[in-house]
Ligand binder design. Sequence first.
Ligand code: ADP
Ligand code: MG
Length: 319
Amino acid sequence: MTKNNTEFDLIDWIRRHRHLPDGDDVITDIGDDMAVVRLGEERVLITTDMLLENVHFNLGGLARAPVATLEQVGYKAMACSLSDCAAMAAVPLVAVVAVALPHTMSMTDARRINAGLQQAARKYHCPLVGGDTTSWDKPLAINVTMLARTGPTDPVLRSGAQKGDVIMVTGVLGGSGRGKHLEFTPRVPEALALAQMAPIHAMIDLSDGLASDLGHICRESGVSAVLKAGAIPISEAAQTGSDPLSAALGEGEDFELLFCVSPEDAINLMHAWPEKFSLPITQIGSITASSGEHLVSLQQREGLIEPLQIKGWEHKFQA
Ligand code: ADP
Ligand code: MG
């Protein structure tokens, strides 16, 4: 989960200065939802995500955000990485967790966090096989690292979007801060089914927000994108807010799948998908040739197309 523009700059710097060994063991590294590495004859995928109290969840220290249970925190920690597996159309394999417990927390509290982790582990057949527990006089921090194996196809990267592709999304967007961000459903089976049903050119899970995450696809693919404001599926939670469209575009932590397919495959998917899943999929825009500076534009209902300001994800809980 990227947090702000400083971190974008840092990741760019790391990409330029990273050490890559000779040979072809590292297939996909920094810049996608998971890295893909060769292990003997197999390919293994790996991701890590850290959740911080008062940033990614609120245990009561913040007035504005809903208060999470410790079970929800554990569940969310696993679910973020499971969602990255979905983004690659990969099959979750195992996870390890590192927890920094505040001194004020008891063994019962630690067990409640673990119960949430185990709930997600069971549901997605991804056992927690180890970790590290420390304690300190600071808020709760929890980090999950997850391995996955390849699914029905090669891992789906962010970098394969092509001019003319249709941009599609699962589910409904916006309003996650009202509670969904603690209980979202990683779209693992949906991603595996999509990859089986059609060649998915590019895919990402929506953690930073639609505008920002579509920007990641565009940057990695060397293309631009136009979103149709009237087509974006907005959640009921966002509908009741002051600016539903902005919430759907920028709030983040929807953890739905954003993906690009050819126009023919988009038509086929729209037809075949509802026979398998009740979760909606929606066509929300198209991929265009790279237009340089502005990666993502928004077409208003009246037809006017304007560049969309892409901000890095700045969490809603922060003042
Ligand atoms: P996601 O939201 O899918 O977890 P992020 O936005 O956190 O992805 O990260 C974007 C990319 O940058 C990923 O490929 C991730 O592995 C990489 N990345 C993030 N932070 C670092 C870091 N400190 N060092 C190296 N790579 C990083
Ligand atoms: Mg991701």
